[in-house]
Design a binder for this molecule. Sequence first.
Ligand SMILES: [Zn+2]
Length: 89
Amino acid sequence: MKMSSEQQTKFEAWLRSKCSYLKCALCQSVRWKIGDLLLPVQIGEPDTMAPLMAQLVCKNCAHVVLFDVRRVTGATEEAMADPSQTMIF
Ligand SMILES: [Zn+2]
């Protein structure tokens, strides 16, 4: 599913704060575009499904980096309710 423009803005702001000089692991490019939100495999009602992963796509080689949207502060409502986002590994 596509990200709303509000989600994109929050995801971009989060990326800038966490990894502002992100380089593609394969081609070393620093040009990215935001991809889609990935939903989990459908088990229950479609209405209850929240996206799990957000794609960031390298504009040069199309390599995709995935982020756990539940830990991206502000990107989804679930992220704010997730108590584990403050854990440090
Ligand atoms: Zn690349």
